[in-house]
Design a protein around this ligand. Structure first.
Ligand SMILES: NC(=O)c1ccc[n+]([C@@H]2O[C@H](COP(=O)([O-])OP(=O)(O)OC[C@H]3O[C@@H](n4cnc5c(N)ncnc54)[C@H](O)[C@@H]3O)[C@@H](O)[C@H]2O)c1
Length: 261
């Protein structure tokens, strides 16, 4: 498939993990991609159809420059994946202003800057496109010691609905993704922990952690014409983790000889 041939795409958090998976998937489907990350090693991705941009999405100028770079290199910006985020654990009793504000700046301010800068470029060019923002199941399925992260991801959820409402008149669609636990450096503590990983897997009905390709597949769908009538939605990508409590009660009853009440 080449749903994105001739399209200009910006992906933030592109140097590793889920963002890198998105860059690879968009390139495989013909797009020109601006790979935006704060890590200099994002430069290794540069190629004929991939422009690397080192910047910080909590800085509005950097967000604007990344969009301008997309227009310079590929003629226009058609898709914005406002994706990068940080998640450093800290018990609430130890919360500092610096920790709180830093997470808000990257995870909320940055998503807003990227959305607004991309939307302005789309409106100026008369070329409505699609924006996909990264939230998380942490928006409501909260994790201990992650108060500010949980709050930022809930903010992204409502921002997606708000931006979709404001930008619909320009033909711009805005959607979100809410991954569960995916196998990337941000989730290494869980996914590659020999004690925690098996416990966690019991809570995921599909029995595995998400892979970057699982997440990229959903992002490309939302960014494509296949999703032309979808806006303001956040798609949960968690292998069923937030559906409820999995467990084979029939087998448990048999094993214990329980016959019902
Ligand atoms: N992996 C998961 O289990 C999971 C689950 C739910 C949501 N998410 C979300 O997915 C996004 C990224 O997750 P990941 O798993 O790929 O994480 P990751 O930590 O592996 O990668 C994040 C990337 O973002 C970059 N980055 C961080 N701050 C930045 C900034 N200010 N400006 C530009 N780049 C910046 C980092 O350098 C890194 O390359 C985050 O928004 C995260 O909240 C991840």
């Amino acid at each position: 498939m080449s749903r994105f041939a001739g399209k200009g795409v910006v992906v933030t958090g592109a140097a590793q993990g889920l963002g890198l998976g998105m860059v690879e998937a968009f390139l495989a489907e013909g797009a020109g991609v601006v790979a935006f990350d704060k890590q200099e090693r994002v430069a290794e991705l540069a190629s004929e159809r991939c422009a690397a941009f080192v910047g910080d999405q909590s800085r509005r100028d950097d967000c604007r420059r990344a969009v301008e770079l997309c227009v310079e290199r590929f003629g226009h910006v058609d898709v914005m994946c406002a994706h990068a985020g940080i998640a450093e654990p800290l018990p609430l009793l130890e919360m500092t202003e610096e920790h709180w504000r830093r997470h808000m700046a990257v995870n909320v301010d940055g998503i807003m800057f990227l959305t607004v800068e991309a939307a302005r470029a789309m409106v100026a060019a008369g070329r409505p496109g699609a924006i996909v923002c990264t939230s998380s199941i942490n928006a409501w399925f909260v994790e201990e010691t992650h108060a500010v992260y949980n709050v930022t991801k809930a903010a992204v959820w409502t921002f997606v609905r708000s931006a979709a409402m404001d930008l619909a008149r320009h033909g711009i669609r805005v959607n979100g993704i809410a991954p569960g636990v995916a196998d990337t450096p941000i989730a290494e503590l869980v996914v590659h922990n020999p004690e925690l990983a098996p416990q966690y897997l019991k809570t995921i009905p599909l029995g595995r952690f998400g892979q970057p390709r699982d997440i990229a597949n959903a992002v490309l769908f939302l960014a494509s014409e296949d999703a032309s009538y979808i806006t303001g939605q956040t798609l949960v990508l968690d292998g069923g983790q937030t559906l409820g409590i999995p467990g084979d009660l029939e087998a448990a009853a048999e094993a214990t000889g329980w016959e019902g009440s």
